[in-house]
Design a protein around this ligand. Structure first.
Ligand code: NOJ
Length: 517
């Protein structure tokens, strides 16, 4: 596909916001120290300055917060902790005014146990919503739930006198998508937000909306594996095609990015459908996210995923951190230089890049003492609040719900914006280069074969030249195979290399972008 005719989401930089931890507005609220929509809106200029194309908000719908918003009790309202519908309208308008699109986080597999649908469903076996959830007299499968040491995915409900299915917490009962009214009701929730002007959705564990109720492999179950990575059944694809048709029925290139947590690119790719019968627009690449910081392995994964998706007419996405996993700077060993090199990879690979709030500050996870731990999935560390300045509350109006990440006195937005050599400016320069050069929006990537210590790829530029990207996190110089000769370094993690031509070799511990006219 030609770069100029490709929809925005194929090459966007999407910035993930975990709203509880992004920014608070200081309005009188029930929970001081929790971020909210007006707080976020007030910080949009910062995101515009950074240069992102879109934001994805983790869920802000009404929720009892057993899973901090991933347990929804009303899909068509904003939780009072975050504000109200008017605040969301203000956010959407303010983002659009800055050219930033807005994606919400749609949670189709399960609701909260306090959702009125579940409250009705559990009453008895004959009520109008009796079959909106998955009820059985006995646990029907050997599936494990996620979290809480992966206990069985079936919980007995005294009121109804039956077991219900929950692939996550017992407070998150799975909807029964086999029931046409459930599908229709969930479509209505999409329309509600599309009508309000959102640009699309991140779709939470969307591969779970079809189930075959076959047992998982006994050995994996015995080792405590959750059902989520095994669920891969044909009926889901029909449902995704109908969701896609719904989205495509709206003007303005609305989009979807699915959390298809299958850890297998071949299977994940099928969730994009075909050109004639499309499904998801995009999906996350979790094996890449979880990969060790090892250039040969990352290169093989990136190339493999890109090729597999290309055969499905789809494009890749790249993310290294999110609200569920330890931040990648920590996973990669903790040195900020590694985070800077990783940013080159994340932002200049072909496709859609997803940044997680705070990675542009080089944050690592907060150390959350046991008394302050709140997440049943043990994910508090990566959800620490964003430090905006070096004041004691770091720009917050009250002590936040989680402790700040390490080094917040210097690793904060204000300090880093004032320092042109900071990792924040490095992210901004990479995003600016990506935006300015159409080559980086093209599919014409060539992954270079080479030593396992080097991850390198090139794009032809529109004037017959070439852009090349090299990532060498190893302690050894690497042979760039002649490709660098005659090229000028445009950006480098080692600034002394910029504006110079290199020979054939790439120094140790460097990532750079070079251009040959
Ligand atoms: C995946 C989300 O990213 C995670 O935060 C959540 O706990 C589960 N899905 C359940 O909704």
């Amino acid at each position: 596909m030609d770069a100029n005719t490709r929809p925005w989401w194929r090459y966007a930089v999407v910035y993930q916001i975990y709203p509880r931890s992004f920014a608070d507005s200081g309005r009188a609220v029930a929970e001081p120290g929790v971020g909210d929509l007006d707080g976020l809106t007030a910080r949009l200029d910062h995101l515009a300055w950074l240069g992102v194309d879109a934001i994805w908000l983790s869920p802000v719908f009404r929720s009892p917060m057993a899973d901090f918003g991933y347990d929804v009790s009303d899909y068509c309202d904003i939780d009072p902790v975050f504000g109200d519908l008017a605040a969301m309208d203000r956010l959407i308008a303010a983002a659009h005014a800055r050219g930033i699109r807005v994606l919400l986080d749609w949670v189709p597999n399960h609701t909260s146990n306090l959702h009125p649908w579940f409250q009705e469903s559990r009453q008895d076996r004959t009520n109008p919503k009796a079959d909106w959830y998955v009820w059985r007299d006995e646990p029907a499968t050997n599936w494990n739930a996620s979290f809480l040491d992966h206990r069985p995915a079936w919980t007995y409900d005294e009121q109804r006198g039956q077991y219900y299915l929950h692939c996550f917490l017992p407070e998150q009962p799975d909807l029964n998508w086999d029931h046409p009214d459930v599908e229709a009701a969930m479509h209505e929730t999409l329309r509600f937000w599309l009508d309000r002007g959102v640009d699309g959705f991140r779709m939470d564990v969307v591969h779970l909306i079809g189930k075959d109720y076959a047992d998982d492999p006994a050995d994996a179950v015995g080792k405590g594996w959750s059902h989520v990575t095994f669920n891969d059944v044909p009926i889901t694809h029909e449902r995704l095609r109908r969701i896609r048709a719904l989205l495509d029925g709206y003007p303005g290139d609305r989009t979807s990015v699915g959390e298809v947590y299958l850890l297998d690119e071949q299977r994940m790719a099928t969730y994009h459908g075909t050109t004639d019968a499309p499904e998801l627009h995009l999906s996350f690449n979790f094996r890449f996210l979880w990969s060790p910081w090892e250039p040969g392995g990352l290169a093989a994964l990136a190339r493999g995923t890109t090729e597999i998706l290309d055969r499905h007419g789809a494009g890749p996405t790249w993310a290294l951190s999110n609200h569920d996993v330890p931040r990648h700077r920590g996973r990669y060993g903790g040195d900020e230089l590694d985070a800077r090199m990783a940013a080159v990879m994340l932002l200049l690979l072909p496709g859609t890049a997803f940044l997680y709030q705070g990675e542009e500050l080089g944050l690592v996870d907060a150390d959350v003492p046991p008394a302050r731990q709140v997440d049943p999935g043990g994910r508090d560390g990566c959800r620490a609040p964003i430090p905006w300045d070096d004041e004691p509350l770091h720009g917050w109006h009250a002590d936040p719900w989680l402790p700040f990440p390490p080094e917040s006195d210097v690793r904060n937005v204000a300090a880093m914006r004032a320092d042109a050599a900071s990792i924040l400016h490095w992210y901004r320069r990479l995003i600016a280069l990506r935006r300015a050069q159409p080559a980086f929006h093209s599919d014409a990537v060539t992954f270079l074969d080479g030593s396992p210590g080097l991850f390198a790829w090139t794009y032809p530029d529109t004037a017959g030249g070439e852009w090349s990207v090299y990532v060498n996190p190893t302690d050894q110089p690497q042979d760039a195979g002649g490709r660098l000769e005659g090229a000028t370094v445009v950006l480098a993690t080692d600034p002394s290399l910029e504006r110079h031509a290199l020979g054939t070799g790439l120094p140790a511990r460097v990532a750079l972008v070079a251009h040959r006219a």
